[in-house]
Design a protein around this ligand. Sequence first.
Ligand SMILES: O=C(CO)[C@H](O)[C@H](O)COP(=O)(O)O
Length: 209
Amino acid sequence: MVKLQVAIDLLKIEDAIALATKVAPYIDIIELGTPLIKSEGLSGIRKMKDAFPDKLVLADFKTADAGELEADMAFGAGADYITILGATGDSTIAGAVKSAKAHGKGVVVDTIGVKDRVKRAQEAIALGAEFVELHAGLDEQAEEGYSIQVLIDEAKTAGVSVSIAGGVNLSSITAVKESGVTVAVAGAAIYGAEDPAKAAKELKELLLA
Ligand SMILES: O=C(CO)[C@H](O)[C@H](O)COP(=O)(O)O
């Protein structure tokens, strides 16, 4: 079954927990987005995990250096996953993987800004990442001509465990699922929806269909 991850790109933990409360029945992984972590710090991760002990919590650190130290921080605060940038060196990913093994948690490598996402995904899995996020960030999505199709095509050829993030919504989620991903990540399609619970439910139903 393809897991559904909600990316919460809000700035206040109270708002993030309120959103997560609405959508939790349909969500497998609750992601604290990078702006939320910068705004609320490690205590935001702790509050989210305490509110949802039975959900997987992903801290979108986008770590570029000191992989082991930052992973220790995220896992110590209650995260089940941390993201490490694929654009950084192998030793940063390896350091985070060392921490993940010590804590019984997982590393997700984020390919934002990486030119050859498929090659880097394969390298990251060989380094011990649990899965790799094929990711077009908010800025890349705003560029003229962006289409999520490029990520869908990459997922089909990756041959390793990947998620897709960057415009997953009701129109694209079936193609995302059929590309063979492990996880589908939806941010604005849920937190920006008029009725986030309805949006999350519909996304989950399409993943289960
Ligand atoms: O990590 C992120 C930005 O760096 C976003 O959370 C991720 O891209 C989800 O995006 P969307 O709102 O398009 O679903």
